[in-house]
Design a binder for this molecule. Structure first.
Ligand SMILES: Cc1ncc(COP(=O)(O)O)c(C=O)c1O
Length: 440
């Protein structure tokens, strides 16, 4: 085989959603992790203020999950879910169904949030066809939404940069207005204003006809675009409209589930039952790639039609229900339960919010938003150089304060592990304050 020479040992791996050349010129490699900390290649301990990538909710190096994965590897490395199956997938699905809102008794497993979103959109179309409404093909997303990187996800997603270079997208998509309005600035939790923005669905219905709309997909809290919790009453209103016009409502809970907002699913917190919930990330506490869609009995029963020997849903992935992912998910759920981590998240929320709001008077801070253990610190963009100020904060936090955080646009994003202590949170916000004060 030809032994090709590359200029740099980091060249081959194309890093996702990363300025590759800058990242490789000055790499920030993480080599090990324990609890709420990473260790960098230089040997420094860094507080993980974003739970990996919103996923390691129980913290790192959790023995119970690791042991469950090891045991699974020693027992059954792989079994196809096409035609066969293995007991772990069925029992884990049953367990998730018992934790989901009452009507959501069925699960389709995927490997990621992006696949979960595409699966939910396909389920919506398959349902409408099976229900005798094949004209209902329109999928409604929302401006500023992030629904992963698949073609379905970027089409219903509302982030321009994620769509611009990929113009050949799903047809028949519409977007609701986003809920980021100036009246809500510096209001922690669910903002007071904007429930009526749900009525934007009526505009879409009036333009296209309700009888052409298959589903609406929203994040109960838009995470990746900068932590925008749904305004008070917004999701309830959306539910009412979807029910009235026979449109399916999908919650994308890839970030908000598994304790990030203090519950197994944020639907519980908001008191709204969607027809489907997409999940991923925290379900396995980031230990194994795992996602899925919880869906309702109505959708299930409508699709499961026709001769019993024929496939009802032409959809699936080689690794749907992979034994390792099932073992990791099951052990993560047990750990969350045993340590009461969702309750812990609810208890930490007040302190986390108080510390966040303490940043209000700092230079360049133009908004603070939070819900559960998720927060955004929005900085004024530097004239002519958007995102640069937040990027500088991110780099300084890593190098000078030993804090791992994220930035999106001009927002600094925080989502610490649910096991964080009061002391760790104080240190985190003190570090962020020093960074913000030092930025020009
Ligand atoms: C709401 C939401 N949906 C979908 C995704 C995509 O998940 P994944 O990166 O696992 O494909 C993300 C990722 O951050 C997300 O935040």
């Amino acid at each position: 085989m030809l032994n090709k020479r590359t200029n740099n040992s980091l060249d081959a791996f194309c890093m996702p959603f990363t300025p590759n050349r800058a990242a490789k010129a000055d790499p920030m490699l993480l080599v090990s992790a324990d609890g709420a900390y990473y260790v960098s290649a230089a040997g420094d301990r860094k507080f993980d203020a974003v739970s990996g990538l919103w996923c390691c909710n129980a913290g790192h190096n959790r023995r119970k999950i690791i042991d469950a994965v090891k045991l699974q590897l020693d027992t059954l490395d792989y079994a196809p879910s096409f035609l066969f199956g293995h007991p772990g997938a069925f029992s884990f699905a049953q367990r998730l169904a018992s934790l989901a809102p009452p009507e959501l008794d069925h699960v389709f497993f995927t490997n990621s949030g992006s696949e979960a979103v595409d699966t939910a959109l396909k389920l919506a179309l398959a349902y409408q066809t099976a229900a005798g409404e094949p004209r209902r093909t329109m999928l409604v997303g929302r401006d500023r939404a992030f629904h992963g990187a698949g073609f379905g996800g970027i089409a219903v997603g509302g982030i321009k940069a994620n769509r611009l270079a990929f113009q050949n997208q799903l047809p028949r998509v519409a977007h609701l207005r986003h809920t980021s309005i100036p009246e809500n600035r510096f209001s922690p939790g669910e903002p007071e204003h904007g429930a009526e923005l749900a009525d934007d669905l009526i505009r879409i219905i009036e333009l296209h006809g309700a009888e052409t709309v298959a589903a609406v997909i929203v994040e109960p809290m838009a995470g990746s675009s900068g932590v925008f919790p749904a305004p008070k009453g917004y999701l309830k209103r959306l539910r009412e409209l979807c029910t009235r016009y026979n449109i399916l409502l999908i919650f994308d809970e890839v970030i908000t589930a598994f304790g990030r907002l203090g519950h197994t699913f944020a639907a519980e917190r908001f008191g709204v039952e969607p027809d489907m919930i997409c999940f991923a990330k925290g379900v396995s506490s980031g230990v194994a790639p795992l996602g899925g869609v919880m869906f309702s009995n109505r959708i299930h029963d409508t699709i499961m039609q026709g001769p019993e020997q024929l496939i009802e849903l032409f959809h699936g992935y080689t690794y749907s229900g992979h034994p390792i992912a099932m073992a990791a998910g099951d052990a993560a759920l047990s750990l969350y339960e045993k340590e009461g981590l969702f309750k812990q998240s609810r208890m930490l929320e007040a302190r986390f919010t108080q510390l966040l709001m303490g940043l209000r008077e700092l230079p360049n801070v133009i908004d603070l938003r939070c819900i559960g253990l998720a927060a955004a610190i929005e900085l004024a963009p530097r004239e002519g150089s958007p995102t640069i100020r937040a990027r500088e904060a991110f780099l300084k936090a890593f190098r000078e304060e030993n804090i791992v955080l994220r930035y999106t646009g001009d927002n600094i994003i925080l989502a610490p592990p649910l096991i964080s202590t009061d002391e760790q949170l104080c240190d985190l916000f003190n570090g962020i304050e020093r960074v913000l004060v030092s930025l020009d």
